[in-house]
Design a protein around this ligand. Structure first.
Ligand SMILES: C[S@@+](CC[C@H](N)C(=O)[O-])C[C@H]1O[C@@H](n2cnc3c(N)ncnc32)[C@H](O)[C@@H]1O
Length: 234
């Protein structure tokens, strides 16, 4: 349908062409500091900044998030969702965990109103080990958007194990993933620019083995087709 072609943005068109050229080859875009410098803090986390940030925020509010809740944004990147969540939540109730400090810095300097930052005092943890030990209370909401799309199963399980220490029976965890109906061979190592695909059953079993019960919510309007799961402690 020609109309559908005209409705995609130039950035998405370029991304699709790059994907076609890369088929079967490892992704050569650098990760970490060099990648952020090359791609910019918005594109590094996948682009479609405003749309995907707002989508996450509106989804959470529709699923019961209120200002008094405490939320941990796991792999918060450059605050694509954070710029909406931080002003909404009460002071000190937004926590972001991220391995790339440059992304958080760019988000704070270039995306978040300094007055909001002062008033809301968002809290950040910078590590790649999912160490959440500085959070001394259970959180109400966990958001894991577009992280399991870049991780192998062992790291997904490590992440979920670590998150147990900040969860309680009422904690809800919303996780996105790329779904495949037939098992695929994923890259062996985690990669910020390569996509990992899981079947529903694979991911359900992966979560269950480390104490998280999943409910498949499926499509939630994500422009790149990521599906949604809700996890709770079994
Ligand atoms: C596709 S981006 C999504 C970022 C954010 N959730 C969003 O929606 O904008 C994936 C993020 O996961 C972060 N990440 C990957 N592995 C991580 C790890 N082991 N610990 C913390 N963050 C990690 C990357 O640095 C990147 O910011």
């Amino acid at each position: 349908m020609p109309l559908a072609i005209w409705s995609i943005s130039l950035a998405d068109f370029r991304r699709a062409v790059r994907r076609l050229l890369r088929l079967g080859k490892p992704d050569s875009r650098p990760e970490g500091v060099a990648g952020i410098a090359q791609l910019g803090h918005r594109e590094y986390v996948g682009g479609r900044w405003e749309e995907i940030g707002r989508l996450q925020f509106e989804f959470l509010v529709q699923h019961g998030l209120r200002p008094q809740h405490v939320l941990l944004d796991v792999a918060c990147g450059s605050l694509r969702a954070g710029v909406h969540l931080i002003p909404y939540l009460d002071r000190g109730h937004y926590w972001g965990l991220e391995k790339e400090s440059d992304l958080i810095e760019a988000g704070l300097k270039r995306e978040l109103d300094p007055q909001i930052r002062r008033a809301k005092e968002p809290q950040f943890l910078i590590n790649g080990n999912f160490d959440v030990s500085p959070i001394r209370r259970p959180v109400d909401y966990l958001l894991i958007h577009s992280l399991f799309t870049h991780l192998p199963p062992e790291l997904i399980q490590h992440c979920l194990r670590q998150l147990q220490s900040v969860s309680q029976p009422s904690t809800v965890c919303y996780v996105t993933f790329f779904e495949t109906t037939v098992r695929r061979t994923n890259p062996e190592a985690p990669h910020d620019h390569q996509s990992f695909f899981y079947t529903r059953d694979e991911l359900r079993d992966c979560c269950l083995e480390v104490g998280w019960v999943s409910e498949y919510l499926g499509d939630w309007g994500h422009p790149r087709g990521q599906k949604m799961l809700r996890l709770t402690r079994g």
